[in-house]
Design a binder for this molecule. Structure first.
Ligand SMILES: NC(=O)c1ccc[n+]([C@@H]2O[C@H](COP(=O)([O-])OP(=O)(O)OC[C@H]3O[C@@H](n4cnc5c(N)ncnc54)[C@H](O)[C@@H]3O)[C@@H](O)[C@H]2O)c1
Length: 354
């Protein structure tokens, strides 16, 4: 089976978790324990069938280095998951554009190396999928990589909250180029949005009328710093819409990121408050805290997405692929209830060609 060849734009914590995850699970046999993975085999593909063939960043600690070293370079802060041997993939320099916010400029030095032609590098590396994992405030740079993916004939996976797979104009461009695109803003394996939606669904199916609920979080790492400066508002909109979609009736819902706490590193603490009424209009509340490590939380879902994108490409699907978007992203082109999204995705994976 030909490998699924992936390129990463942005070698931050998520890219690091993904690359280490391929190594971690790639060495597992079918009879081993695949703890932490939802699907060891998906559509016939194992984690070892995925290969990162190109990488782009701007940070001088990452550009010019082998990917196996760059994924561990500061300010990346995820815990080490696996020993990744040298992979002969050098991190290339892409254009900075809006990649660095004012806060990040105090932490990151831009590499002085020459920028490569991204589309040409993608073609030469034989990449078939570009994963956009730039900071959430890098809207222009995200669009740039979507553009380069189109030029190079690559599918596009947008894990950031910049709107691409949920934007009608971009969807049309990928349709015209006969390429699949999915996004926006990856949903974590067990993140605040999934937990919040599941709890609300559980309560509403059991007859509870939710009146008010919020979800707020604090995190460390560059992404939380960038959110604090540039994307608090957009993240609040994306998360609130996603959580609201879990309730069959209107309620007061607030969901967003609140602050950056340096010493948390890649950890994230999420706080939930749910208030409602049950039998006889009697009040009930839930007050909850979830602690996770951010980037590994994206790994399992992203591995599923990449394998599903190979299936989409083999079937010559084009434009936004709703079953993948609804299953794996907080801001798909169309919100679909959790259970329906799961079923759509499972049907998509097993559906016969044609
Ligand atoms: N669980 C999760 O971590 C999760 C979940 C959903 C969405 N996301 C999204 O994934 C994205 C990546 O998250 P992260 O934690 O890896 O962020 P990060 O800040 O650790 O990594 C971003 C990387 O992009 C690089 N970069 C900045 N500008 C660039 C440019 N112009 N060209 C190339 N590289 C550039 C940075 O140097 C850095 O290495 C974010 O948008 C985040 O919102 C993450």
């Amino acid at each position: 089976m030909p490998k699924i060849k992936v390129a990463f734009a942005g070698i931050g914590n998520c890219a690091s978790a993904f690359v280490q995850g391929i190594e971690y699970y790639g060495n597992c046999g079918s009879d081993d324990d695949h703890v932490g993975l939802r699907n060891f085999v998906l559509g016939g593909f194992h984690p070892k069938d995925v290969e990162v063939v190109a990488a782009f960043d701007i940070n001088d600690r990452k550009v010019g280095r082998d990917l196996s070293e760059a994924i561990l370079a500061q300010p990346n802060s995820i815990p080490k998951l696996a020993d990744v041997p040298p992979c002969n993939v050098v991190v290339h320099k892409g254009p900075v554009l809006d990649g660095l916010g004012e806060y990040a400029k105090h932490v990151v030095q831009v590499s002085k190396m020459l920028e490569v032609s991204v589309a040409k590098t993608l073609k030469e590396s034989d990449a078939e999928i570009v994963i956009n994992s730039l900071p959430s405030g890098a809207a222009k740079a995200s669009q740039y990589y979507a553009e380069q993916a189109l030029v190079a004939g690559c599918s596009f996976v947008n894990i950031t909250p910049s709107f691409i797979a949920s934007d009608a104009a971009w969807i049309k461009r990928f349709e015209e180029a006969e390429m699949p695109v999915v996004g926006d803003d990856l949903i974590d394996q067990v993140g605040a949005t999934t937990l919040h939606k599941t709890l609300l669904q559980l309560l509403s199916t059991r007859g509870v009328r939710i009146t008010e609920t919020y979800q707020l979080d604090v995190g460390g790492g560059m992404e939380s710093l960038d959110t604090l400066e540039r994307t608090k508002e957009v993240k609040r909109i994306v998360k609130t819409e996603a959580v609201e979609s879990a309730l069959p009736y209107p309620a007061e819902v607030v969901a967003g990121s609140t602050d950056y706490v340096d010493f948390l590193q890649n950890r994230r603490d999420s706080y939930f408050w749910i208030s409602g009424v049950c039998f006889g209009n009697v009040p009930m509340q839930i007050d909850l805290k979830l602690s996770t490590v951010d980037a590994p939380n994206a790994g399992s879902v992203l591995l599923d997405v990449v394998r599903a994108m190979r299936i989409a490409r083999d079937r010559k699907e084009k434009g936004a692929i709703l079953p993948i978007c609804a299953y794996a992203f907080k801001h798909p082109p169309q919100h679909v209830p959790l259970e329906a999204a799961e079923k759509m995705f499972a049907d998509f994976i097993t559906e016969e060609e044609g």
